[in-house]
Write a protein that binds this ligand. Structure first.
Ligand code: HEM
Length: 439
């Protein structure tokens, strides 16, 4: 087959200088669907030019990547180096393989069983304090953010959050905001400056706990990372533990908050599904979910999958071409910024029955729409950088939902539609006001 030169890839110009940035920020799904009208390989600009590769084959080509065509470092470094230096997501092999092998041992089954056991009482304590419905809806997003931060403090760091909770929450908000900042200099009062300042605070918090965590192996993830070792006994240095802890907490916190919030929204709009999940939760023997109960949460898993299909917390995944390669009949030269779009694939009518509809049963064994292609469904990415916290997120979401459903019924007003922003991580613009009724 003839391979067309890079210049022949359709170019969607957008506005001078900023290109398609504003339309992308406003509605990334609509933006990428409009790019798709030009084919599955499209050039566009958001300050700098990049190529979007669309569809499940493109996802596989970029993420499966046995030939080493793409660099994750080249894709992510611009966004995260200033605030998350040493992040595993911005590493390439052989460094990535080395770090991933060690980090993996903090996610072994025995550790996961402890994590789920430890999060139960934290969830119960936070839900005890959720306000009774007094006719005024509760904004659920900030409540869930506080809940997941409390879980992370206990399960990741082995601590109970006190007055520093707000500061830590803000530090993660500021670092994530800095990763997307348009002006990249860390000068006051710019977003990047706030992000770098927040990073320094998080480093101080982690460093102050290092000696204690190194001294004795405990059940929390911090301690597990301090004592984690690869097959040949290799371990993380102090700086590496600190960098990984900060990145892991960020990667876990915002994404899981996003997933739980969109599940709340979907279940509030679809009370019949809320009732089904509540029946399943009530059928389990304990008020707090145990590791062995996870298999009994099948329908919760379908709903989680459906919420992540419709609103994937990471709508796009960036890479840089590490060498010349070709896709869809076009040459992609080394150094090209390349992006794939999970949210676009998740809404392709060729893969999903009425993709705009909330329909959790599409994930049931009988229908299994997500199994049509290995890269049709990718909220957790795929290939070497596949989310290391996928099972952790699954446990956390199920643990929270289990307790929420046994305690509350919740709803949104008839006709309500959640206004959401999808970048950098999907969240409701209005905090998602819901009416909560204690059972
Ligand atoms: C619903 C929740 C979550 C979603 C949707 C999600 C999504 C993702 C995605 C799409 C990637 C791949 C990025 C890429 O290929 O460039 C990723 C990587 C990663 N995630 Fe998650 N994530 C979630 C929860 C978590 C949790 C709970 C943790 C930690 C406990 C975590 C830790 C990580 C790490 C460390 C990486 C980088 C892995 C590597 O580069 O080898 N994530 N996540």
């Amino acid at each position: 087959m003839n391979v067309a030169p890079y210049e022949n890839i359709p170019l969607v110009k957008g506005l001078p200088l900023i290109g398609n940035l504003l339309t992308y920020l406003r509605d990334p799904l609509a933006e990428v669907q409009s790019l798709a009208l030009h084919g599955n390989v499209v050039r566009s600009r958001t300050f700098f030019e990049h190529v979007t590769l669309l569809g499940p084959d493109a996802n596989q080509f970029v993420l499966h990547d046995r030939e080493g065509n793409f660099s994750s470092r080249g894709g992510w470094a611009y966004f995260i180096d200033a605030v998350f230096p040493g992040a595993i997501m911005a590493m390439d092999d052989p460094q990535h393989k080395h770090h991933r092998r060690i980090m993996q041992s903090a996610f072994k089954r025995s550790a996961m069983e402890r994590y789920v056991q430890d999060m139960g009482p934290v969830i119960a304590g936070v839900l005890d304090r959720w306000p009774e419905d007094n006719g005024r809806p509760m904004r659920v997003f900030p409540q869930i953010k506080a809940l997941t931060l409390n879980i992370a403090a206990r399960v990741f760091m082995g601590m109970t959050l006190g007055p520093e909770a707000d500061r830590m929450n803000q530090a993660f908000v500021d670092t994530v905001a800095a990763s997307m900042a348009l002006l990249r200099k860390p000068l006051p009062p710019l977003t990047m400056w706030r992000g770098v300042r927040a990073r320094r605070y998080l480093v101080r918090v982690m460093q102050s706990k290092l000696t204690e965590k190194r001294a004795k192996e405990g059940p929390d993830l911090f301690s597990q990372l301090c004592h984690a070792h690869g097959e040949d006994g290799e371990r993380f240095s102090d700086d590496e533990v600190v960098n990984h802890m900060i990145f892991l907490m960020m990667a876990a916190h915002d994404t899981t908050t996003s997933a739980l919030t969109t599940m709340f929204y979907c279940l509030a709009r679809h009370p019949e599904w809320q009732d089904r999940l509540r029946q399943d939760a009530q059928a389990l023997p304990e008020t707090q979910l145990r590791y062995q109960d996870l298999a009994g949460c099948e329908r919760t898993e379908w709903v989680m999958k459906e919420a992540l299909r419709m609103y994937p917390p990471l709508t796009a995944i960036p890479r840089e071409a590490a060498r010349d390669c070709e896709f869809g009949g076009f040459r992609i030269p080394k150094g090209t910024q390349v992006g794939i779009s999970p949210i676009h694939t998740h809404h392709m009518p060729s893969l999903w029955t009425t993709p705009e509809d909330f329909d959790p049963e599409r994930f049931s064994p009988a229908r299994a729409e997500h199994r049509q292609h290995a890269y049709a469904y990718l909220p957790f990415g795929g290939g070497a950088h596949l989310c290391i916290g996928q099972h952790f997120a699954d446990m956390e979401v199920k643990s929270v939902m289990h307790q929420v459903l046994r305690r509350f019924r919740f709803k949104v007003p008839e006709g309500y539609r959640m206004p959401y922003q999808l970048v950098p991580i999907a969240k409701p613009r209005d905090g998602l006001p819901i009416s909560l009724q204690r059972l």
